[in-house]
Design a protein around this ligand. Structure first.
Ligand SMILES: [Zn+2]
Length: 385
């Protein structure tokens, strides 16, 4: 039976979340701590010092790499790095095969801030094989994106000799993790390993008779000595300056960033999850594996930011959490990895967590102890899109 945080609507099934003795989740505690006790002036000062150290002011020599997806956070990162801190960044994107037209437009708006940009496309043969394998074995259609983005960036950093990497938010800080993790300012191999971002597997584990190392060579994580030789120094911007999706969006819009006109594709925000189709399917699988979805994430965040009451959040979760991704997203994913939609849904069903999902007397699935009501059938097949 799921237990929920008493302050937000996060269930204890969320990976890496911890609850204190008062039933409050680690994400809420971290957010409170962030607002109350973090000395943001001191952190901002140390950010300034880092930038001062790496600012070369030489045409042709980049000061840092900013990994960008084309989302609102990317635009905000580039705004801060280039316009606030007067750095000369090289922006790098891992070009997903599932990029949306809106994602493409938003990347152009980002380039128009006035930066050089590498739209890096890894070998699609390798990407598709790996995506299919990860989907079938782990029910994860975005593992390849995580592997790609977190490996390609250090890889190119080594090859280009640019040590400073400016990541955006610390995902654990925003969405929960243990308290000690929130102090982590650096995204490196230990961080990835400790937090299981790559599901306990490195690139070698995916190589098989059917998938050669050459096919995924851009995802080979550099050796420690290679990283040391350039003085590799990755940081999370969200550790040094307060990080808020809504504020970031407002800044991004000033640079031409566009939201989704049809409203949120999933969750509450029309400005999130709009650059890649597969991430939306990835979120949906959380519904099957953990019994919560994007509304839960977003509403919990709104509660922590003081913009929503818990009652309102519960109502929204009840109304809309767990809706299916748009049909065309699923069709595109099936085309990408060459499977039928029937087999897509069979795989989805395989990953339904039976500790969380129970069947009622009519044979309908429901989440035991769900915050939205005791017996709400799954919206697998009956939700309008
Ligand atoms: Zn909470």
């Amino acid at each position: 039976m799921l237990k929920y945080c008493k302050r937000c609507v996060t269930p204890d099934s969320r990976p890496h979340i911890e609850f204190n003795e008062n039933g409050i989740c680690s994400a809420c505690i971290a957010s409170e701590k962030k607002m109350a006790s973090i000395d943001w002036d001191a952190r901002k000062k140390s950010l300034g010092e880092i930038f001062d150290k790496y600012r070369l002011n030489i045409p042709g020599k980049y000061d840092c790499i900013v990994p960008v997806s084309g989302g609102k956070d990317s635009t905000y990162q580039v705004h801060m790095v280039k316009n606030e801190y007067r750095m000369n960044p090289l922006c790098i994107t891992f070009r997903t095969l599932a990029r949306t037209p809106r994602g493409e437009e938003n990347l152009q708006a980002l380039r128009n801030i006035g930066v050089d940009h590498v739209d890096f496309s890894p070998n699609p043969v390798g990407i598709n094989k790996l995506t299919k394998k990860a989907f079938n074995e782990l029910g994860d259609c975005s593992l390849v994106d995580h592997l790609a983005i977190y490996s390609i960036i250090p890889n190119l950093a080594v090859k280009l000799g640019i040590p400073l990497i400016i990541w955006g938010e610390n995902p654990l800080m925003e969405y929960g993790g243990s308290e000690s993790d929130f102090e982590v300012a650096r995204l490196n191999r230990d961080f990835l390993k400790k937090h299981d971002i790559l599901k306990g597997r490195s690139w070698e584990d995916w190589v098989s008779d059917n998938l050669s190392a050459f096919e995924i060579q851009s995802m080979i994580y550099p050796e420690d000595n290679e990283l040391e030789s350039i003085g590799y120094h990755p940081i999370f911007l969200g550790y040094y300056i307060p990080w808020d999706a809504k504020t970031n969006m407002e800044v991004a819009v000033r640079y031409g960033f566009k939201v989704r006109e049809k409203g949120p594709v999933m969750g509450l925000y029309d400005y999130a999850d709009l650059d890649c189709m597969n991430i939306v399917i990835h979120h949906y699988f959380k519904w099957l594996k953990f019994g919560f979805n994007r509304i839960t994430d977003n509403a919990s965040n709104e509660i922590r930011k003081g913009r929503m009451t818990r009652e309102e959040a519960v109502r929204l979760v009840k109304e809309r959490d767990g809706v299916k991704p748009p049909k065309e997203y699923i069709a595109a994913f099936c085309r990408q990895i060459n499977i039928t939609e029937k087999s897509f849904w069979e795989t989805a069903e395989k990953f339904r967590n039976k500790n969380i999902w129970k069947k009622d007397s009519n044979g309908e699935w429901y989440i035991e102890g769900w915050i939205g009501g005791d017996k709400v059938p799954d919206r697998f097949s009956n939700t309008p899109i």
